[in-house]
Write a protein that binds this ligand. Structure first.
Ligand code: PLP
Length: 395
């Protein structure tokens, strides 16, 4: 069989399909958001170690709703800056912009692809409302200094854990440290619901708002009956079931997604262990003269093998890409989300930074950083083959 290495392999399993079939065979089934969604949310919260979770249709929706919640809670304050990484997914930045906040960008560290703490601390001022961290490609982005400062200065932390399910800081799963945390279950991530996302929190009020924001801003989505009655009394001219409190859209997921999620969640820890073993083996095998290997592995859990070239020569980089294509190794340049967000056309209307000298690391990743797939059924034999191909590329 022809050698190939896709970004993801068999993430949707035969067992998932069986569970979906069982659901579909039931009489009078409800397929829109119902009991399976509630069960998945409950099991997810338990797995993560938080009180509440809201299942939505994507990680981007989780990002957007989280920032909308900040906007609602921040009603009377003039704080409008959110510190964001330059290496993240586009929806993190767009959620900030679409909710009327100003994104303030910082560089990343090569060792964990996450925010440079010194730059975060430098950017904090009276207008800083939150730090929206991304734990990129399975690495932990937190440290004591950052957490201490945010707590001291009463700045919110929002965690985007869409690429790092199961990774930890100080033995606690990421997603436990922020006011709100976000996950994605897109096909290529640690676990999948085909498309899907989760908003997790320990704050009951935030949870209740997230449920309304998920579903047209409707008051009837809340479990807080006292609040619902208060709104019904307040808006007597409205139909009780149609009180639309916040401007939002429909971000709901469904029973099929939740059924897959429930089954996938059972495999997550086992699969993550295998991914971690794969990554350590991969790192041991690649040539550190050609590829960056000094990653901060503590607590990490990677669904991908990040490959950062040591060279800064574009011609050599192009040759690297040709070799990967020739050997059917699927790759993405720019690590998480295509590299430096500041270079993307969508941002130019909002932020005009042309000099990227303060963003050295993300710039290197933008032009010379990649990732390739790391999935549980990858064998050492295959990893050996991949690293041989990589190591034989001449730089
Ligand atoms: C860090 C990060 N945040 C958010 C998202 C958005 O998730 P989704 O693709 O489920 O919308 C992604 C997607 O890959 C991501 O990598």
């Amino acid at each position: 069989m022809k050698f190939k290495h896709p970004l993801m392999n068999n993430n949707f399993t035969g067992q998932d399909l069986t569970k979906v079939r069982e659901l579909l065979k039931k009489k009078n089934i409800i397929l829109t958001q119902s009991t399976k969604v509630a069960k998945f949310e409950k099991n997810w919260s338990k797995w993560l170690g938080v009180k509440y979770s809201t299942f939505v249709n994507s990680g981007s929706s989780a990002n957007f709703i989280s920032l909308s919640i900040l906007k609602i809670l921040n009603n009377n304050s003039n704080k409008n800056e959110i510190i964001v990484p330059t290496l993240t997914w586009v929806s993190d930045i767009n959620s900030v912009i679409m909710n009327g906040f100003k994104p303030v960008f910082v560089d990343i560290n090569l060792s964990n692809l996450s925010m440079d703490t010194d730059q975060v601390l430098q950017k904090i001022n009276k207008k800083t409302l939150a730090v929206f961290i991304t734990h990129a490609q399975g690495f932990n982005g937190l440290n004591k200094e950052l957490l201490y400062t945010l707590k001291k200065k009463k700045i919110h932390l929002i965690e985007d854990v869409c690429e790092s399910h199961g990774a930890k800081f100080e033995k606690k799963k990421l997603g436990n440290f922020g006011l709100i945390s976000n996950f994605s279950f897109y096909y290529a991530h640690h676990m999948t619901t085909i498309e899907g996302g989760m908003i997790s929190t320990n704050n009951k009020k935030i949870y209740e708002i997230s449920k309304m924001l998920r579903s047209h801003g409707m008051v009837r989505e809340t479990n807080n009956k006292t609040f619902e009655t208060k709104m019904i009394d307040k808006y007597k001219d409205l139909s009780q079931k149609f009180i639309f409190l916040y401007p939002t859209l429909n971000f709901r997921n469904n029973e099929i997604g939740a059924t897959i999620g429930l089954n996938q969640l059972k495999q997550l820890d086992k699969n993550n262990l295998k991914r971690t073993k794969n990554f350590l083996f991969f790192l041991k095998k690649i040539d550190p003269k050609k590829y960056f290997t000094k990653f901060d592995l503590k607590g990490s859990c990677n669904y991908a093998f990040p490959i950062i070239l040591q060279t800064k020569n574009l011609k050599k980089r192009d040759e690297f890409e040709r070799q990967l294509q020739k050997n059917n190794i699927e790759f993405r340049r720019g690590n998480a989300g295509g590299g430096n967000q500041l270079r993307q056309p969508y941002i130019k209307k909002f932020i005009k930074i042309k000099n990227f000298s303060k963003f050295k690391n993300v710039e290197h990743v933008h032009f010379f950083g990649y990732y390739i797939g790391n999935y549980p059924n990858l064998t050492n034999k295959k990893i050996n083959k991949i690293t041989n191909i990589l190591n034989n590329i001449s730089f």
